[in-house]
Structures are given as structure tokens and as C-alpha cells.
Design a protein around this ligand. Structure first.
Ligand code: HMG
Length: 396
């Protein structure tokens, strides 16, 4: 029997798993086509590859694939809520998580809803999930973030495309990371990046967006410092929203400078280096990117992180930002899906520039015409057809 919120109950991430597309484009191929120096991408923005969704992959199939390993571990009956964060919505009304609920065969007493605020909404979902668990400690909430980042061809944003999904199980006494209720928020009505309903690609004022990102970091940090007893030096590692990895490096230098941090620039760099590794191979996955960054840290950092404080800066254009913290739990290693993540990345197929273009232009029937989609994904779920405006998802 639940006695309501128990004082001192810790809440946070009990499981975390990510998924990305079956294909990728190497940014050297893009640079060659554009007659640009590839170092602009490899060094200038710090990215090597970008994920390209196969025709039978989308936010739903990536989300179900990300969540599957968690469901296989904890069982189908455990989840009572799915909070699905995305800015690549496939429907104005129906939540994408409802398809995921069926694909994962979850029970019908589970509630499902979709959240939006550019790249930030997964963090809103995480905080709301923690609040739900604090209110009813036996509940388990599945937070999913899934996105496909798309910009127009031949624009500066093109090299910062990508895609991915992350699934996190939020529970009491979490075995990976507790999430502190102390957060610093910042909201401002700006037009740095947006996507009107009638467009499939984002519009962006690129240079302005990077300035707003840094300003939001400063403001969210200032608010966090007012509400939390933690200081910059209390954190061992930092996870940032990752539109491209150089952005996080600049942001972290900025934060270190704001705090007059005594560390060398190499030490500051080390505080984020492992969080960037997966993103450099996947590209921007919008809502998922900061949490794929956390997977990257947990999977790749070669030391026991138990007890370490991690700082998180979540940013969503438009804009809403949040700084919050988490503490890694002893024994977290046994909850990770490192082999699965690394196999997933190593099995992806590289595409040529022409193949990239045909994936980019793959038909998206908007007049109700029927489209059968051949199986190409390496995942366990796929989009098999679109008929009379209905998307048909099946297990593989
Ligand atoms: P650009 O204008 O083509 O690039 O686009 P650039 O000319 O500024 O070059 C980029 C960097 O590469 C520069 O370094 C160059 O010096 C360097 P910096 O001055 O910044 O340190 N460079 C080289 N380095 C080595 N060798 C070379 C070389 N050539 C140049 N040969 C821009 C850059 C980020 C504007 C563009 O990619 C873009 O518009 N991207 C999309 C917007 C974006 O990602 N904004 C990030 C902040 S907003 C955000 O994060 C939210 C978002 O995720 C959406 C959401 O919330 O939903 C986007």
C-alpha cells in the first residue's frame, strides 16, 4: 500500500538505453561534395558522422528499439506511464508513444503522452517522471526521447543533422543515477531555431542560436546557483545538449570561466570528453542528445563513477533551458547496455552521397496514397507502410 511521498525517497534513472539509425553519412563525403575542407566538420564543429534514418525507420521505431532492452529486463507489466519527448512529431493529435506502447506490448492501464519544447522536452519529461514517482513511489515511468534532425540541403545546418532515441526508466531508489529536485531554469521568447507545422526541415539562425545557447547556460546556471548548494567544483562531469560536440566544448569553457575555475583547459576538456563520443558518430538527435551523452559517459569513462556528481545543461531552442544535477549510484555498471550500444554503432552501414540524397528525399505521402516500404532497418521494429494517412508499424 502506498503511503504517499516518503521523505528522503531518492528518485532518478534506473535504466538507460539508446538507439540510432541503420545508416550514416561520413561528413568527409559531405565535405567532398561541397568542396569544403573536411576539417571544418571533423575539427570546426567536432563531428564525424551523421545518422540517416532508413525509409522504414522513424521516431517510433527508434523509440521502441531504444526501450526494448529495458522492457526485456524489467518486464512488460512494470511501466505505468510513458512520457514521449520529440520535436519530430508524426501526428498533431496522436502521441507517438501510443504506437510504442503497442509495439512493446505494455499493459492497457499505462498512460501515454507526448511533450514538446524543441530539444529541451526530454528534460521536462524526466523531471515530471521524477515528480510522479515521488508522489507514488512504487510507480515506474518510461521516459523516451526520439528525434530526427533535418535541415535544408546546402545550408550551414546540413552537417549538423542526425537522429537517435533514448529510453530511461525512472523509479525510486534508482540504480544508475539519482536526480536532484534542485534545478535552474531559463525561458525567453526568441527565434533562433523553429519548424512551422508545414515544413519538414527546421529553420535556423545558426550563429544567433549558438549565442542564445551560451546566454541560456549562464542564466540557467545563475538560477541553479541560487537554489542548489552545489558549486561548479562539486561536479566531476558535465552533460550538455549536443547539437554538435564543439558547442558543448565552448559551453563548458564558458561555464568554467564564469565560475573562475582553477582547472587547466585540458582538465576542463576532460570533464566532457567522454560525453561527446557517441554524438560525434550520430549527430544531433535533438531531445535525445543530452541523454545519449550520459550513455556515452557511462559506457566510455574508464573509472568507477559511483558517487560522482554530474551537471546537466539541457537547451531547447525558442528557448527553454535547465541546469540540474545527478549523482551516480554504486554498482551502476551492471545496469548499462554498453555492448548493445557499441554493437549498434559498429553495425551501421555507410551511405554514399547519392544514397544520402535518396534517403533524404524518400517519399512522404501526404495525399492519402499508399506506400509499401521495403525492409531495410537492422532494428526490431519497422514502419512497413503508410496507407490512407495511417502509419503501419510491425515487429521485424
Ligand atoms: P557555419 O557558419 O557553416 O560554420 O555553421 P562556421 O563558418 O562558423 O565554422 C564552424 C567552425 O568551424 C568555426 O569555429 C570555424 O572557425 C571552424 P568557431 O569559430 O565556431 O570556433 N572551421 C574550421 N576548423 C578547422 N579547419 C577548417 C575550418 N573551417 C572552419 N578548415 C553553425 C556553423 C553551427 C552555425 C551551423 O552548423 C548551424 O546553423 N547549425 C544548426 C544550428 C545549431 O546547431 N545551433 C546550435 C545551438 S542551438 C541548439 O543547440 C538547439 C538545436 O539543437 C535545436 C533544438 O533545440 O531543437 C539546434
Amino acid at each position: 500500500m502506498s503511503l504517499g511521498r516518503s521523505v528522503g525517497t531518492s528518485v532518478g534513472i534506473d535504466e538507460i538505453s539508446f538507439y540510432t539509425s541503420s545508416y550514416y553519412l561520413d561528413l568527409r563525403t559531405l565535405a567532398e561534395q561541397q568542396q569544403t575542407d573536411p576539417e571544418k566538420y571533423y575539427v570546426g564543429i567536432g563531428q564525424e558522422k551523421m545518422g540517416m534514418a532508413a525509409p522504414d525507420e522513424d521516431i517510433v521505431t527508434m523509440a521502441a528499439n531504444a526501450a526494448l532492452p529495458i522492457i526485456e529486463r524489467i518486464g512488460r507489466e512494470a511501466i505505468d506511464t510513458i512520457l514521449f519527448a520529440t520535436e519530430t512529431g508524426i501526428d498533431q493529435s496522436k502521441a507517438a508513444g501510443v504506437y510504442v506502447h503497442r509495439l512493446l506490448d505494455l499493459h492497457s492501464n499505462c498512460r501515454v503522452v507526448e511533450l514538446k519544447q524543441a530539444c529541451y522536452s526530454a528534460t521536462a519529461a524526466l523531471q515530471m517522471a521524477c515528480a510522479l514517482v515521488a508522489r507514488r513511489p512504487e510507480s515506474k515511468v518510461l521516459v523516451i526521447a526520439s528525434d530526427i534532425a533535418r535541415y535544408d540541403l546546402d545550408t550551414p545546418g546540413e552537417a549538423t543533422q542526425g537522429c537517435g532515441a533514448v529510453a530511461m526508466l525512472i523509479s525510486q531508489n534508482p540504480r544508475i543515477m539519482t536526480v536532484s529536485p534542485d534545478v535552474g531554469n531559463y525561458t525567453d521568447d526568441v527565434m533562433d531555431f523553429w519548424r512551422p507545422n508545414y515544413r519538414s526541415t527546421a529553420l535556423v539562425d545558426g550563429k544567433y542560436s549558438t549565442k542564445i545557447y551560451l546566454r541560456s547556460l549562464k542564466k540557467a546556471w545563475e538560477h541553479f546557483s541560487e537554489v542548489s548548494s552545489l558549486n561548479f567544483n562539486d561536479f566531476s562531469y558535465f552533460c550538455y545538449h549536443l547539437p554538435f560536440s564543439r558547442m558543448a566544448q565552448k559551453a563548458h569553457q564558458h561555464l568554467a570561466k564564469l565560475n573562475r575555475c582553477p582547472l587547466t583547459s585540458e582538465q576542463v576538456e576532460l570533464q566532457i570528453a567522454d560525453t561527446l563520443k557517441y554524438n560525434q558518430l550520430i549527430g544531433n538527435s535533438y531531445t535525445a542528445s543530452i541523454y545519449i551523452g550520459l550513455c556515452s559517459l557511462l559506457d566510455n569513462r574508464d573509472e568507477d563513477l559511483a558517487g560522482k556528481q554530474i551537471g546537466f545543461f539541457s537547451y531547447g531552442s525558442g528557448c527553454v533551458a535547465e541546469f540540474f544535477s545527478g549523482q551516480i549510484q554504486a554498482g551502476y555498471q551492471s545496469r548499462l547496455h554498453t555492448d548493445r550500444h557499441q554493437t549498434l554503432l559498429s553495425r551501421r552501414q555507410e551511405v554514399s552521397y547519392d544514397e544520402y540524397l535518396s534517403l533524404y528525399h524518400y517519399p512522404d505521402p501526404q495525399q492519402g496514397e499508399s506506400l509499401d516500404i521495403p525492409k531495410t532497418t537492422q532494428g526490431r521494429f519497422r514502419l512497413a507502410a503508410i496507407t490512407h494517412h495511417k502509419r503501419e508499424y510491425i515487429p521485424c
